[in-house]
Design a protein around this ligand. Sequence first.
Ligand code: F6R
Length: 605
Amino acid sequence: MCGIIGIVSNKSVTSNIIQSLKKLEYRGYDSAGIATIVNGDIDEKKCTGRVDNLEKILFKSPSNGPLGIGHVRWATHGVPSQVNAHPHSSEEVSVVHNGIIENSNELKKDLENKGYKFKSQTDTEVITFTLTDLLRKYDLIDAINKTLKKLNGSFALGIIFKKYNNVIVGARRGSPLAVGYGHEENYLGSDSYALKSMTNKITYLDDGDICILSNSKIEFYNSKNKKINKEILTLSDDKHNAEKGDYKDFMSKEINEQDMTAKTCINEYVDHLRQDINLYNFSIKPEEIEKIFLIGCGTAYHSCVIAKYWLEELTSISIEVDIASEFRYRKLKFNKKSLYIFVSQSGETADTFAALDLCKKNNAKTCSIVNMVESSIARASDFVLPIHAGPEIGVASTKAFIGQMLVLYILAIKISEVRKEISKSDYSKKITELKKLPDLISRTLKCQDKIQIIAKDFLESKGAMFLGRGLSFPIALEGALKLKELSYLHAEGYPAGEMKHGPLALIEEGLPVVILAPKDRYFEKTISNMQEVIARGGKVLLISNETNNVISENVRFTLEIPKTEDCLTPFLMTIPLQLLAYHVASLKNYDIDKPRNLAKSVTVE
Ligand code: F6R
């Protein structure tokens, strides 16, 4: 997804813009660009592909101004190409933009009638020319305000000017934008992560805010054009550094770190001395909750589906789970006794944020479970439960999934305890078992070598199926999603009991089918479903914690995971599936950390 950087200084900013753009690469992008002011004129350089390409262009043809804007683009309007890459500049202004301008066609027609010649297919160029036009009649602030009023849709903007050549302007509506305070220089960025190497003093723009940055001061205006002050936050140091270390890629590091992810998260929430869970200032009274909605996208949505099973098992609260892009358009009846929980690694996902916003507008109680605590979703919700997973860089979510599940599970047992729906001894037993999880994860991670062999079986196949029941069903969905996004194979995750209602028709000789069958109350039924698959030629990989008594004749591979209580099995089931997707993609030589077409932070609808 697109990313913005802006730096205003008293020395050349080019190299710092490039370094900061590299920090934004994790979002996924297809082109990059930069604009600076050199000898009083706007100097724009852009390219398709990686920031490295931009660096090479700048090496041959330097562009050393004391202020500038940079961008990585993830195509929405117009194909990935050099001309569609940002910035979009006229003689007078240069603009980088995240988001979508919904009325760009109308604005474009008006501007073409006035004689403006468009070069790109993007929606952003209308901002460049609208502003250029208005700057002919108005001063900086008025021209900006009038331009923003004309735009429908969402945006985060970074703008530099030929005439006002010592300032950068930032503006936000819908897409996140952070401002950083430095020593004799100031910064603009899509997220604080990109600015962290330069400063830990950050302010976030709210919707409707405009900021004007010079190298010595920063001014803020709200949507009513009133000068405002904003709180400066000091970012905490990351406990986990965002470097690959000895690993080949971030994904393998993040998968292999998951025992530590679990340990850190458990330590944050479990009071070992009192054998209790501490949710700190959890301002919501669990006794008063009648219904919980769990909302997220992709992997985060899968953690919500699992939480539904836990909460139903442990409490009498009715639970609804929804994909954020669906939830935001439902005609919902909001209720004071309902709690709305939003799950998001980045905390910036546009659909999840819009769903949260809808709840807030209806005065609903909201809680978010996020990795990025400085994110828009965290800041907008009534209560935040961080997952403490540290930066997740690989586009495919792995350790954040473990963290999301953990916080949801911890929340479920705490709610149950407060509501007196679980006995004191069962509550204590659950905490004891939970504390063993990091070690169990570490033992499960030892299946790497076997998975590497199994992965070869997936190389020639057209697709794959993942089947499970109960708590293993959402893990089947997650296993299929991981395989799809990393290895570009068609993969279906299904509740095993649904097979006879259609998907069984897909089973043919040699199709890899992953059966998730822990020894729980569904075990026998899942094993029967497995036999139906085998009878039709499916090539079965059985993952279970009870493989001894299964007639494994015709099962191609069996993988044993450690035994634990049923509620915790999804954590262990997840690991071989992440490794499977990883090794299939690795054997195919695909870009593990940046799968095609995908972005880490999906900040557009
Ligand atoms: C899958 C994946 C995505 C994200 C989804 C939500 O591996 O990474 O499906 O889970 O885009 O992102 P967040 O959690 O940042 O809201």
